[in-house]
Design a protein around this ligand. Sequence first.
Ligand code: UDP
Length: 461
Amino acid sequence: GGGDAGGRKSRRPRRVLVFPLPFQGHINPMLQLADTLHARGLAVTVLHTHFNALDPARRPEFRFVPVPDGVPAGVAASGDAIDILHAMNAGMEAEESAALRGVLESVLADEEKTPAACIVFDANLLAVPRAAAAVGLKTVVLRTASAACFGCFMAYPMLHQKGYLPPQESKMYMPVKELPPLRVRDLFYSSWSDQEKMRNLLARAMEAVNNSSGLVINTFDALEPAELERIRDELRIPMVLAPGPLHKLSSKNTASSLLDEDCDCIKWLDKQPPKSVLYVSFGSLASLDPNEFLEVAWGLATSGHPFLWVVRPDSVRGLDGPGFPNGFEAAVEGRGKVIRWAPQQEVLAHRAVGGFWTHNGWNSTLESISEGVPMICRPQFADQMMNTRYVEKTWGVGFELEGELERGKIEKAIRKLMEEREGAEMRERAMELKMKVADCLKPGGSSEIAIDKLVRHILSL
Ligand code: UDP
């Protein structure tokens, strides 16, 4: 191992800058990676936007530097992640302000004693490569989604050439034979209406990766071997690393939550029988319409299983706060618990949790796999459909709840996962995957080897 690589006396202490995309599913893995690098002796400066600004007090070991992002208040308040991302990229790039470049210049000047070796940035922050190049800073890209998802990005031109895209309603279930096990509907971009905008975005994202000195993907070799091999074969850069699952490398994960976690739920879980509880959460962005919310509530109530359900203040579209149906609370008394935000990794690791109804954000998917918890999948957008497909088809650790949400269907799905043989088999396979995660985290495992390589690489820059 290269655990002491950062601490050798002959070397000056070095620093990395990290710049996460300011959404929960992107902040978490970036700070987890930063923790790991910090533990290897590197100083860390975290750049963060005003939008979803991070709280420096929760991470005294890092230096925090705000970056003006130029996101108009109206766009920020809209909650539309794609609009916010566009506004942010445009704002940070605007010629007249050169906002990001200015910040990088002053950070480099301030930190002469522990000079920055590189900036590790979220793949979606398209303003970074140019600004970094302007100040002579090397870049490493972090992708917080799966290797399969990045493979899909790389395949975008092919998918057009072969006629899979633009997606047609009649071809949604057609297999994409070049990218098994995906079908057209599982592709990232099938839900995008503006394909031209998508093409530009992807071209720039690929350029950013090709011009960087390394690509880090939050996955591990045993989980996506073929997908990683394809990327390593096709990409022009020397270093494609899979040091995941990153949340297992850090002990301070709760410190990056944007909402306060309800930790009382752990005490509640302590009182439940082993593997009896269904944990229900759709991540930080996905939402339900009021009718779906009602069906979920009654589906959970009638399933008869204990459940822990995360309902964020903005979980229900078009309502100020989620309104629970009359009689719901009485129906689930003592058996169901609703909270605003969970300490999710702790919940999934709890012995009382036997299943996860998830939207299949990549972090949630990895976290579930890491604890051997099988899933009911309800993907909504972005890479979630593709993650569901892998969960169901490749790893066999869950199944999709498709079509309209309806209480009877929900109840059946819950029973299938929690009581029936199929569910038990998925749980067994999930436990096997959990062992693979444990293997990759061992000394000398693929995760440690990848981090060693990354640290060595950073120190060589
Ligand atoms: N999360 C959490 N508490 C919750 C729900 C989610 O801490 O109640 C965390 C979860 O552990 C994961 C992240 O928020 O690390 C969500 O990321 P993911 O990629 O699953 O979904 P996204 O929010 O990006 O759609």
